[in-house]
Design a protein around this ligand. Structure first.
Ligand SMILES: [Zn+2]
Ligand SMILES: [Zn+2]
Length: 123
């Protein structure tokens, strides 16, 4: 079974399209408080693609999150419909793509759960 798959996704309003190659084994769910806040959901699931395996049509709005350590990360979303698309480093070398808008989301079962100390108490 191939670990690397092609994924495609389109935001709710259709303005932004993403295609990428991701490894299913690298899918993870993040339960950190930032992910909860940004997503409006109990946790966020992501698939990872390096720059050469990621392409986008359309221009997302970018919000720069500054972490407690001073580390900056880009949070990209559609400025029209608000669909969360990906997070990346300032150099844009590695993309953490939100799985919820990907057509292949059922193939992207999180392999790892991180920051579970802040997960919802009912999970
Ligand atoms: Zn949109
Ligand atoms: Zn997180």
């Amino acid at each position: 079974m191939l670990d690397e798959i092609d994924v495609t996704g389109i935001c709710h309003c259709g303005k932004i399209k993403i295609t990428a190659k991701v490894k299913k084994s690298e899918t993870r769910a993040c339960h950190c408080t930032d992910c909860q806040k940004f997503s409006g959901a109990p946790f966020r699931a992501i698939a990872v693609a390096p720059r050469g395996k990621f392409s986008i049509q359309g221009t997302p709005k970018e919000y720069i999150k500054i972490g407690d350590s001073g580390n900056k990360r880009i949070q990209a979303f559609c400025s029209d419909c608000g669909t969360q698309l990906f997070a990346t480093n300032m150099e844009k070398t590695l993309f953490n793509i939100r799985t919820g808008f990907l057509d292949q989301k059922n193939d992207l079962k999180p392999n790892q759960h991180v920051f579970t100390t802040s997960s919802m108490t009912w999970i």
